[in-house]
Design a protein around this ligand. Structure first.
Ligand code: KIV
Ligand code: ZN
Length: 400
């Protein structure tokens, strides 16, 4: 098979990094349901859990391995043989198993988490990859806190783990610390200076502590990474992980980047809803791509422009992400054009004078009532007697 150099692999960790959020724990059947939807979405890799962490997580990896066929199923471990043995066992039914092992790479983690030295950590990293490689061909290595690691040590570590057999090297910005140009430069440095880098895929795994996870992931892809790790709705530890739907839609909306994924973007909205419901984690209304307001136009200027040509204010078609449709929300900031649009949707064509009159009443209503439904709009017509006039007109038309 010829490898497409512009294809980006999508690695979903909703069920592992996403599920680490307090209060978001799922049962195994719930995880299976999400895993099947992730398969339908077209993700390439599902990180199904951290099997050593609990019997429930172990069982979820076993069951997800049975339930999905196309994607690779991945299990997380720390860099030790005990974790790897348990992960191997949990992946026994996976058609395409992957072990994701790794260790801290920043001096902060080496000294203050492992109380160790760079040399010892390097040995542990190499040993973990070699050991995992005894059981599975596909081994991904993560250099935790790579965002804050010394670039020369990071490059040495990445070269060593690729030599030990790693097929994917994950460069996590674990603390969401980097700026996009710093993270992009880091990936480019590895691409240009690690001599065996062409034997592995570079993966980006960004956290959102400064709200930069998506920007950093894109910077990483633009500098040579070809796998992106993230979660649906961007859920995850603290401020969350990279939101998969954002990265995928950025690549789709900007073909000039020259990269593509195999994601069925029309499945995003439904899956977002499922993840939010099952994890009891509401999606903020203004969340890009899947928030309830992502395609809602409410100010008069925008509504007018949108109604003239939707592309004035719509860079993504809602149907491309499975969103029911764009909405024109009536608020006190809406103009006559938007009101006319809704009244016509309800079957009432008003002439200019009628519309002006109704609009005045509408503004009074809008200043006093936040939620305006169709009955409220119809009541404007009734109270103004426009309703009966426009009805009479329509009836005359039918009779003539
Ligand atoms: O953020 C991180 O560094 C991680 C690793 C375990 C991959 O989630
Ligand atoms: Zn993470």
């Amino acid at each position: 098979m010829i490898h497409d150099p512009n294809r980006v692999y999508v690695f979903d960790t909703t069920l592992r990094d996403g599920e680490q959020v307090p209060g978001c724990q799922l049962t195994t059947p719930e995880k299976i349901e999400i895993a099947k939807e992730l398969e339908a979405l077209g993700v390439d890799i599902i990180e199904a859990g951290f099997p050593i962490s609990s019997p429930g997580d172990f069982q979820s990896v076993v069951e997800i391995s049975r339930a999905v066929k196309t994607p690779t199923v991945c299990a997380l471990t720390r860099a030790n043989r005990g974790d790897i043995d348990v992960a191997v066992e949990s992946l026994r039914y996976a058609k395409h198993p992957r072990i994701h092992t790794g260790i801290g790479s920043s001096d902060m983690h080496i000294k203050h988490k492992f109380n160790s030295t760079r040399e010892e950590i390097l040995e542990r990293a190499i040993d973990a990859v070699k050991y995992a490689k005894r059981f599975v061909e596909d081994v991904e290595f993560y250099a935790e806190d790579a965002g804050r690691a010394d670039i020369h040590y990071l490059a040495q570590m990445i070269e060593a783990v690729i030599a030990a057999g790693a097929t994917v090297v994950n460069i996590p910005d674990t603390n969401g610390y980097c700026l996009p140009n710093q993270y992009g430069d880091k990936i480019r440095f590895l691409k240009e200076n690690v001599k065996n880098i062409d034997k592995a895929i570079i993966s980006v795994h960004c956290h959102n502590d400064l709200g930069l996870a998506t920007a950093n992931s894109i910077a990483g892809l633009q500098n040579g990474a070809r796998q992106i790790e993230g979660t649906i709705n961007g859920i995850g530890e603290r401020a969350g992980n990279t939101s998969i739907e954002e990265v995928v839609m950025i690549l789709k909306t900007h073909p000039s980047i020259g990269l593509h994924t195999s994601i069925n973007t029309r499945n995003f909205y439904e899956l977002s809803h499922m993840v939010s419901t099952q994890m009891r984690m509401p999606v903020q209304p203004n969340k890009a791509i899947v928030g309830s307001n992502a395609f809602a136009h409410s100010s008069g200027i925008h509504q007018d422009g949108f109604l003239k040509n939707r592309e004035n204010y719509e860079i993504i078609k809602p149907e491309d992400v499975g969103f029911p449709s764009a909405t024109i929300v009536l608020t006190a900031r809406s103009g006559r054009h938007a009101l006319k649009f809704h009244l016509e949707r309800l079957g009432h064509k008003l002439d200019r004078a009628e519309l002006n009159e109704t609009y005045k009443n509408f503004l009074t209503l809008a200043d006093n009532k936040l939620d305006k439904n169709d009955d409220d709009l119809l009541s404007l017509l009734v109270s103004d007697n426009v309703y009966s006039q426009s009805f009479a007109k329509e009836n005359n038309k039918l009779e003539n």
